[in-house]
Write a protein of this length. Structure first.
Length: 292
């Protein structure tokens, strides 16, 4: 495991308070493949660099809407950033400072941190609080703001992001991962095949049932079940959603239109106990597969 000396101020992502480091400290890598590494952001500059990556992907590429101040800063920011942890993928082969080497990011919000700051981000679209209340003994972890720069949208980058999430979940004894995932555009009918497949084949039921908020609910069951071709539906899925399904994820009921982000959102629910055994074996029951 490599180490890195940090000389700048660090950002406590649970409180948003910037505090100087008293002494250099080792940065824990969560995974490495070739020149790519994954770990948590260590300071405010790294978080700002991750927000700049989000701006390039969400705003410039996908057409999300942000205020003029954020356009000027060229960063995509919201109020949750201050107390989330920010998972990074870095290409250490790139020249420049650490901030110049960040090529992908994922935002992570733990159960107890969300409870202390008004809830989970996805609770604004889905009835997450009911799901969480139904499982008082389980610890939840929300994943969001996943994005990777176009040249790095490869299998190994995705593997590193998952390695980081898996290591983080084990470290914090997480029982359930969940979060919003998106289809491009704000017309669910364009994704009728994929949404109908999700509704009919992998919808969360029983103790895991969770629905879009009533005022935002958009129907996902857009095709007769006999007309759904599973293979074609999977081919039509965004890669992130397809990856969640391979792991054993379920999908909440109803989609939500996010006008600002120009997306159609669904809710992913992935209990750790439901993750396919071959993926646990691949990444390592101790998250050691790519950690050294």
């Amino acid at each position: 495991m490599s180490a890195e000396v940090l000389e700048r101020a660090s950002l406590n992502t649970a409180t948003g308070v910037i505090a100087p480091l008293i002494a250099p400290r080792e940065v824990e890598l969560l995974g490495r493949i070739g020149s790519l590494e994954t770990r948590l952001a260590q300071n405010s500059r790294e978080i700002e660099a991750a927000q700049a990556i989000r701006y390039r992907v969400f705003v410039e590429e996908m057409g999300s809407q942000v205020g003029p101040d954020l356009v000027q800063q060229r960063r995509e920011i919201d109020s949750w950033d201050a107390y989330c942890d920010h998972l990074l993928v870095l290409d250490r082969a790139l020249e420049g400072d650490i901030e110049d080497q960040i090529v992908g990011t994922y935002r992570i919000l733990r159960h107890e941190v969300a409870a202390a700051h008004g809830g989970f981000y996805s609770g604004s679209e889905f009835e997450v609080e009911r799901l969480v209340a139904r499982h008082p003994a389980k610890r939840f972890m929300e994943l969001g703001r996943s994005c990777v720069l176009p040249p790095y949208r490869s299998k190994r980058t995705v593997e590193l992001l998952w390695q980081g999430c898996w290591a983080y979940a084990l470290r914090h004894q997480i029982d359930v991962m969940f979060g919003c995932a998106s289809f491009p555009g704000i017309q669910p009918e364009v994704h009728a095949l994929a949404l109908s497949f999700l509704h009919n084949s992998v919808r969360a039921k029983g103790e895991w049932e969770v629905a879009a908020r009533p005022e935002l609910y958009r129907e996902m069951d857009l095709m007769p079940s006999e007309a759904i071709n599973a293979k074609q539906a999977l081919m039509a899925m965004p890669p992130l959603i397809k990856g969640y399904l391979r792991l054993g994820a379920m999908i909440g009921s109803g989609a939500v239109i996010d006008q600002a982000f120009n997306t159609t959102d669904v809710l992913i629910v992935l209990p750790i106990s439901s993750i396919s055994g071959r993926y646990v074996s691949y990444y390592g029951a101790d998250a050691g597969r790519f950690a050294s």
